[in-house]
Design a protein around this ligand. Structure first.
Ligand code: ATP
Ligand code: MG
Length: 398
């Protein structure tokens, strides 16, 4: 018997059900994101219904398309499918072909009857098809734990027949919950913070503070490479690299060592605040984690947060380092993050930073610096990289 050709992919989006009247907007966003991500496959046809997205392959490579779908937030699962007319004989024949082509010893037919006018109910359809397979193969039915679950989705004119469901990433479609700026260092944490925000449906742009010549081209390249890795989830990401050197040198010249980190982070927040305002954004994000380093105590966070009214999102606040590393390995940022290049925070790191900074003291030290003009200088010297997803063109999938 010829190998069955899957001509369709059915995409499901579980979590969106909970969004009530916003659902239409969410589905439209998901369809838009799928189209953007699959742009290179020009023959695909993508159609939506109220609870599914159907992709017609039209000869495009199913494995490559599936590989892309695995990285789109908002998809709960997807399956390769065969389509036939909603006619019991036709459905039976395809189900039998699928069963014959598979090495599994046990199977189960799971029918969802969307066309309630169909003469048989779901149970009867299950029984009819199972009987055909039992008669023509030596496979057995296992309703609890089948090796081969065959799903029959019966609609008015067409029926889709699918095998296993490939897990999607869940979450919300990127962009469906607004946009934010992510403070992106070359470390392990910030790319994961970015990933988690995208998972909640937030589109991102990234901001990196570099201090050349104290930080090198390679350390900047590392950040570019991290953002490049994240373009699997959002096909185009802007990275703004800010020349932070002058401001940083002024801080270290004018501030007692124990306050240098706090003041430096207050300056970073001031810059983030201005960059967010330029784009009418109300928030920014970082990879801070309670207790990990001196600048990440509750007291430090309060002193640093005081310079901005924006919502400062810290998705990793309560994570253990091991949990963060686990995600970093899963999304392939870990190997890049551990490449040892200097960061602007590490090279100027003071020996004994305070863990309980006082806002009045921060303000007193900052008054010694003409930071308004240095911040303006930073904002006038931004290098923006438009980082795009690399097209898949090799054959090594799965
Ligand atoms: P990471 O592993 O992400 O570098 P970290 O544990 O080293 O985090 P810190 O260096 O204290 O923590 O930085 C806390 C957060 O501040 C980072 O997660 C990042 O969001 C932001 N940040 C730190 N340095 C920079 C930088 N040079 N450019 C942009 N953001 C930065
Ligand atoms: Mg760091």
């Amino acid at each position: 018997m010829n190998k069955l050709k899957y001509e369709y992919i059915i995409v499901r989006f579980g979590e969106l059900y909970t969004k009530g009247k916003n659902r239409k907007e969410f589905i439209n966003r998901l369809v838009g994101n799928i189209k953007k991500s699959l742009l290179q496959f020009i023959d695909l046809k993508i159609q939506k219904t109220h609870d599914r997205i159907y992709i017609t392959l039209n000869g495009e490579d199913e494995k490559k398309v599936c590989e892309k779908l695995k990285y789109i937030f908002g998809i709960s699962s997807f399956s390769l499918a065969v389509k036939c007319p909603s006619d019991l004989a036709a459905i039976k024949q395809i189900a039998l072909e699928i069963a014959t082509n598979d090495h599994a010893k046990t199977f189960k037919i799971i029918t969802k009857r969307k066309d309630k006018k169909f003469p048989l109910n779901s149970d009867s359809i299950n029984r009819e098809i199972a009987t055909t397979i039992l008669k023509n193969t030596d496979k057995k039915v296992d309703v609890k734990n089948p090796e081969l679950p065959i799903h029959i989705e019966l609609q008015e004119t067409f029926t889709y027949i699918t095998l296993n469901q490939i897990a999607g990433l869940n979450g919300y479609p990127v962009g469906s919950n607004g946009k934010t700026l992510v403070m992106m260092s070359g470390g392990i944490d910030s790319p994961i913070a970015a990933y988690l925000m995208m998972k909640r449906g937030i589109e991102i742009e990234c901001v990196h503070f570099a201090s050349p010549p104290y930080t090198s081209e390679q350390s900047k390249q590392k950040v570019v490479d991290l953002v490049q890795t994240l373009t699997k989830y959002q096909p185009n990401i802007k990275l703004h690299v800010i020349d932070f050197t002058k401001l940083q040198l002024a801080i270290y010249e004018k501030t007692p060592e124990s306050y240098a980190i706090t003041v430096m982070r207050r300056m970073m927040y001031r810059l983030m605040d201005k960059l967010a305002t330029q784009q009418y954004l109300i928030s920014f994000v970082n990879g801070e984690n309670l207790g990990q380093v001196a600048s990440q105590t509750l007291h430090s966070m309060q002193a640093i947060q005081a310079v901005t009214n924006k919502v400062v999102l810290k998705p990793l606040l309560t994570y253990d380092k091991n949990e963060i590393i686990k995600i970093a390995k899963e999304i392939n940022t870990y190997e890049i993050s551990i490449i040892p290049f200097e960061d602007c925070c590490t090279i100027f790191a003071p020996k004994q930073p305070t863990t309980k900074p006082k806002i009045e003291l921060c303000e007193k030290y900052e008054a010694r610096i003409d930071y308004d003009s240095l911040i303006t200088h930073c904002l006038e010297n931004i290098e923006t990289h438009n980082i795009s997803e690399i097209k898949i063109d090799n054959e090594d999938f799965f």
